[in-house]
Design a protein around this ligand. Sequence first.
Ligand SMILES: Cc1ncc(COP(=O)(O)O)c(C=O)c1O
Length: 356
Amino acid sequence: MSRIDLMELVRDKIKTLETYQVENQNEGIKLHANENPYPPPPKLLNKIFQQMDDLELNRYPDSDCSELKKVIANRTGASVEQIIIGNGSDELIQHLMQILCNEGETVAFPDPTFAMYSITAQCLGLNPASFPLNDNWDFDASSVLKILGKHQAKIVFISYPNNPTGNCFSEREIQQVIEQFKGIVVLDEAYYDFSEKTFLEQMEKHNNLVILRSLSKIGLAGLRVGYGIFPIILAEQVNKVRSPYNSNSISQWFASEVLSDFALVQNQIDSILEERARLMDELSKLSAVVAYPSNSNFILFQVAKDGEKVFNNLKANGTLLRNMGSHPRLKNCLRVTVGTKQENDQFLNQLRKATS
Ligand SMILES: Cc1ncc(COP(=O)(O)O)c(C=O)c1O
């Protein structure tokens, strides 16, 4: 019988990390994970059931994801060689750090922002360095460039729009960072379909730019599909660290179908955008609530007091939000994903009661 001290074997940097907590609930409404509240259109679901045989699930998937890349190339104007498919864009965040950073080197990002930049950096033994956002949740390029220089950062991640604040940072400041930073600027456009703002066309002029996108926010969260558009030299390096079958056959096929017949999903996006405007409007009528402008499919808002209590109250009534209150800049802040009209009405009714 072996009885060795397993924790002795674990890297020190991993021991001190905490597990990323993903809250969930089986009943009620889920407005906590920035998912699309609408299921995939029946036309698409029927098609996948009819074509299941053609997918040859006994075979490994296409390691190159050729069909899906062609569809993405068509939609974005990027070349197939620039595109890498990820098992969610999370995976590409990790690969970027793996190909660019030696242990101890710095990865930078704003604060607050998407937690995975810091978590992934720590898992890889890198140095996460954040630069604070101002009260408008924006930054100025000159102070960011100073921080990047001080740490000799290799990569800066810019969530555009930013999760959890919801806004797009000033284009001019981002532009200046792209032009002056001697490392890689990653524009994480996971919420692009809701903002329609992109730095993609800048890739022709600047070879230090990477664009990441996700299909999780527009209906395929369960299939885990993200993609990156890279300078070809970097795409080649990512292909060295990517596991050869990181994207499964069903995900590749479904994502290709969604992106080639986008009108079906665009209808859902349009409804979400309409509901976002209505939610903002309703939230602005609540005196105990400050809602921040959003370019994404979620809204960050602050309640006057007891954010935790409000969160728990809604949760007990079947509405799950994301409680952001543990972040020092986000005291009493909650994040709500834009749901269906019915879900949003339920959320608003409960919030009105909980804050009155
Ligand atoms: C800014 C940002 N980037 C990336 C991701 C990861 O998306 P995916 O589901 O494609 O891994 C998220 C998910 O919440 C996000 O908010």
